[in-house]
Write a protein that binds this ligand. Structure first.
Ligand SMILES: C[S@@+](CC[C@H](N)C(=O)[O-])C[C@H]1O[C@@H](n2cnc3c(N)ncnc32)[C@H](O)[C@@H]1O
Length: 288
């Protein structure tokens, strides 16, 4: 599905973690938590599975491949939960394709430390750990059951996304890359442009962050945003749907990747081509 153009390999840095008294990990590099200390499974289910209405959509899905894209794979908890739902609903003949982007992959040892937090997912973590790749940039494909493929894109999310073929067509996005205020290198307009480029009409998105600038940026790129109740002490979360305004003067149409290539009208147009009611619009003939 995705076509990787870059083949440069680089060793990436594992995250610098400290472990809180509650037994939960904390990112020293980003000065932020990985997930809520009180109920990470409940939080991930509320924000991402419910925020993207995955249960209902998985149930009624009749096409070949349902694709989820995640920014910030971390421990893989966000991946293992929808995988479980997908397998429960047992889709014969269709597949869950999960593309996750991660710039600071956990080491094998760190992954095992995280996995101890959820004994109920020990089998799932065992399968993930068996195939979990070394911290080397690029795309690593893991097969986790006949109907689930996990593509781990290691490296900076915006850079890795720019290497993906447009046809990847994501059905649902999980945005989980720490809060925008602490990770401005990630949450910039280029990333949001990539989210839009890899989305189709009806693609959904869910995230914890309701930061105003971030929402405005999503909106100007074609995402219709809605604030929903957050999980636990968090008042809000964000759910969005990609519904670009396709009219010619919209912001969406002005984005460079949506503009038609500029070309000159053909020279020496034969007289009989100049049919009344036809005009030359950039690269195509339009019949009015
Ligand atoms: C809140 S944690 C994600 C938790 C994760 N979803 C889970 O289920 O454990 C945020 C993740 O975003 C990653 N990240 C931060 N900046 C990034 C970037 N520029 N590109 C890709 N991943 C990034 C961090 O390394 C970290 O693993």
């Amino acid at each position: 599905m995705g076509r990787i153009l870059s083949t440069q390999l680089m060793k990436l840095k594992n995250p610098n973690l400290s472990w809180q008294e509650s037994g939960h990990p904390y990112s020293v590099d980003f000065d932020d938590i990985y997930f809520s200390a009180s109920d990470p499974v409940g939080e991930s289910t509320h924000v991402f599975i419910e925020g993207n209405k995955l249960r209902q959509r998985f149930k009624s899905f009749e096409e070949k491949v349902f694709t989820v894209g995640e920014i910030g794979f971390g421990s893989g908890l966000n991946f293992l939960l929808p995988r479980k739902v997908w397998l429960e609903l047992s889709h014969r003949g269709s597949r869950l394709h999960y593309l996750a982007f991660e710039n600071h992959p956990l080491s094998h040892k760190q992954l095992l430390q995280f996995s101890k937090l959820w004994p109920e997912l020990s089998n799932e973590y065992e399968s993930l750990a068996e195939q979990f790749p070394a911290e080397c940039s690029g795309c690593h494909r893991l097969f986790l059951g006949d109907s689930v493929i996990l593509d781990l894109h290691f490296g900076d999310a915006t850079y890795r996304m720019a290497n993906l073929d447009h046809r990847a067509g994501i059905n649902a996005w999980y945005l989980d890359g720490f809060k925008p205020a602490n990770n401005q290198n990630l949450w910039h307009k280029s990333l949001i442009n990539e989210l839009a480029r890899l989305s189709n009409k009806g693609t959904t998105l869910a995230t914890y962050s309701v930061a105003g600038e971030f929402r405005r940026s999503l909106k100007s790129t074609g995402f219709r945003c809605q604030k929903l109740n957050g999980f636990g002490p968090k008042r809000h979360m964000l759910s969005a749907i990609y519904e670009p305004d396709l009219t010619l003067n919209s912001n969406y149409a002005q984005e460079p990747w949506n503009k038609l290539p500029i070309s000159k009208p053909p020279q020496n147009i034969a007289k009989d081509c100049k049919t009344p009611g036809r005009i030359w619009v950039e690269a195509v003939w339009l019949t009015l």
